[in-house]
Write a protein that binds this ligand. Structure first.
Ligand SMILES: Cc1ncc(COP(=O)(O)O)c(C=O)c1O
Length: 374
């Protein structure tokens, strides 16, 4: 029987995120409201039949998505319920006993855990802190791959570090994959949430075996509508669609409609500007807070996403720290342990300012108590 590898971070968030006073475990910015997407009285929306939609996404939505990826048409696109379903379908279809999957770490650990559950051999290469940047260890990737490598999974911009790969690094990874004919599964869900406003280039179009994953949960601030997508060759998009028949069948009628609204060029610009403004306002607040704790905390500021990956030198395990913070201070963050990296904490900084500051104050209190005891 297959033994499920727990997805520790999601289990932690699923259990507690709506049960604490301050949830700083989120990696996206404060969500949009439906009313920010629709005109006051959108009768088309209100009169929509709650039907099964075209199961791989309406033609209109897939055309809008295809327009964002040069050289693609709607047949290259599969709309999914969140980018997590896109990752799931891709991993499920490629990873099995006897195949090798190489995962960039740290990462959103879904692909890692699922590939292990499916009994693929999972190898990894690391992002390392070098010259004040988190950079992929390319020689580690070269060592990890082999003729058996089916899939190389990368996350760019990266969760949890918020690092963005340089364009030449993307090409380097494509060249390495090409040598063994491996597919690249590029989770690009933080694309569009760059603080400097420069959209991270996609892996799509740089190599012929790419599955690009994206969705509306992060840069678009709409995690609640559960819209993600896969862009790949027409053959792979069609194959993954048949896997989708076994999971959720189709995007919800409401989500498909709202996603089309969100991705209209003008609305898209508006949403991404809102996201950037939140990030640019909040990161200085977060950085000032970090400065107060410079004896114990340090970080490389994120280039994208509402996440800060903080290194600490307090004498406490990261899960223990997060657990005490939850229990004693009703505040949720993600321990580095969930990324296989004790000594780090992932703190979301995308919430409204007052809420963020109040949550950070709770962390102050815990740090104070740990220091006093030491
Ligand atoms: C890198 C990455 N991929 C995928 C997901 C899943 O997001 P969703 O299913 O909401 O699109 C997340 C959520 O945190 C993530 O960080």
């Amino acid at each position: 029987m297959m033994k499920l590898r727990l997805f520790e971070m999601e289990r932690w968030q699923s259990t507690w995120e709506n049960r604490v006073e301050y949830n700083l475990s989120e990696s996206g910015v404060h969500p949009l409201r439906i009313s920010e997407l629709l005109d006051g009285n959108d009768t088309e929306f209100l009169n929509r039949p709650l039907e099964y939609t075209q199961s791989n996404g309406t033609d209109e939505l897939r055309k809008i998505i295809a327009a964002m990826y040069p050289g693609t048409e709607m047949e290259n696109v599969l709309v999914t319920n969140g980018s997590s379903e896109a990752n799931f379908l891709s991993t499920w279809s490629f990873a099995e006993r006897g195949t090798e999957v190489v995962v960039m770490l740290p990462n959103y650990m879904q692909i890692w855990g699922l590939a292990k559950t499916l009994q693929a051999k999972v190898k990894f290469f690391r992002l390392r802190e070098r010259d004040s940047e988190w950079k992929p260890d390319i020689s580690g990737l070269k060592k990890a791959i082999s003729k058996k490598t089916k899939l190389i999974a990368v996350c760019n911009p990266n969760n949890p570090t918020g690092a963005v790969m340089r364009e030449e690094t993307i090409d380097e990874i494509c060249n390495i994959a090409r040598k063994v004919g491996a597919w690249i599964l590029a989770d690009e869900v933080y694309q569009g949430s760059e603080l400097d406003g420069r959209i991270t280039p996609s892996f799509w179009g740089r190599y012929d075996k790419v599955i690009a994953v994206n969705g509306l949960s992060k840069a678009y601030a709409m995690p609640g509508i559960r819209v993600g997508w896969i862009v790949s060759t027409k053959e792979v998009a069609s194959k993954l669609w048949s896997y989708h028949d076994y999971t959720t069948i189709c995007p919800t009628a409401l989500s498909d409609y709202l996603a089309r609204k969100a991705l209209q060029p003008e609305m898209r610009r508006k949403i991404l500007t809102r996201t950037r403004e939140i990030l640019r306002t909040n990161l200085p607040i977060f950085t000032r807070w970090m400065e107060k704790h410079r004896e114990n905390l340090s970080f490389l500021p994120p280039q994208a996403g509402a996440i800060a990956y903080v290194k600490y030198n307090l004498k406490i395990n990261s899960s223990k720290f997060a657990d005490r913070l939850k229990k004693e201070k009703s505040t949720l963050i993600v321990p580095g342990d969930h990324f296989g990296m004790d000594g780090y904490l992932r703190i979301g900084y995308g919430a409204p300012r007052d809420y963020l500051s109040a949550g950070l104050n709770r962390i102050d209190e815990l740090i104070q108590s740990i220091r006093e005891r030491a």
